[in-house]
Design a protein around this ligand. Structure first.
Ligand SMILES: [Zn+2]
Length: 181
C-alpha cells in the first residue's frame, strides 16, 4: 500500500530557485480478487456485479455496474444507460448517485463499488470513474462532509480500494471557488 494522500513539497535546487515542486501520492489497497475482500465490501461488490445485468450498453457493449452504501446501511445499485445520441448517455456512477439522492435524500454515501463486463474485451482488471464522475463524486463528498470509499474491480482480477474519491481528482474545482471572497 502506497503511503497516504500527502502533498510533498520541496524547493527546486537549481535553475528556478523560486519554484517549488509538488507531488501527490494516492493510497491504494490492492486485493488479489473479490474473495479476499472483507464481508461488507464483498456484499457491496457482489451487488455491483449483479447491477451490470441492468446496463443498457448496445453501443459500447461495456456494461458497468455500481453499488452504493449509504450511511444508514441501505444499498443502491445502478448501471450505465447509453443513448444513440452518445452524450445523452449516463455513466453508472452518476445514475447511481442520482438514484440514491432521489430515493434517500440527505443521507451520506460511505462506499461505492464499481465493476464491469466488457463484451468485446477483457473484464479482468479494475476500472475507475471517468472525469465527469470524479467531479460529481467530489461534490458529493463536499456536500456531505465525508469521504466516499471506492472499491474498483473487473468481473475478475485484482480489486483496488481507494479511501477517498477525491484522491482521484487532485486540485478539483469546487463550490468554494464560487463563493465571494
Ligand atoms: Zn463517468
Amino acid at each position: 500500500m502506497v503511503s497516504a494522500g500527502v502533498v510533498c513539497s520541496r524547493k527546486s535546487d537549481n535553475l528556478f530557485p523560486r519554484m517549488k515542486q509538488t507531488s501527490i501520492h494516492i493510497p491504494v489497497q490492492i486485493y488479489p480478487d473479490f474473495h479476499a475482500l472483507e464481508i461488507q465490501d464483498a456484499v457491496l461488490y457482489e451487488s455491483a456485479r449483479n447491477a451490470t445485468a441492468a446496463a443498457y450498453a448496445p453501443y459500447s457493449r461495456f456494461r458497468v455496474g455500481v453499488a452504493i452504501r449509504l450511511e444508514n446501511g441501505q444499498i443502491i445499485t445502478g448501471s450505465n444507460q447509453e443513448n444513440a445520441s452518445f452524450p445523452a448517455g449516463i455513466c453508472a456512477e452518476r445514475v447511481t448517485l442520482s438514484a440514491a439522492s432521489a430515493v434517500s435524500p440527505g443521507i451520506a454515501i460511505t462506499d461505492m463499488a464499481l465493476t464491469y463486463i466488457n463484451d468485446t474485451g477483457d473484464s479482468n482488471h479494475p476500472i475507475s470513474p471517468c472525469g465527469i464522475c470524479r467531479q460529481t463524486l467530489s461534490e458529493y463528498e463536499q456536500r456531505f462532509g465525508r469521504s466516499i470509499r471506492l472499491i474498483l474491480g473487473g468481473f475478475t482480477g485484482e480489486i483496488y480500494i481507494i479511501s477517498r474519491a477525491t484522491d482521484l481528482l487532485p486540485f478539483a474545482f469546487s463550490s468554494r471557488e464560487l463563493r465571494p471572497h
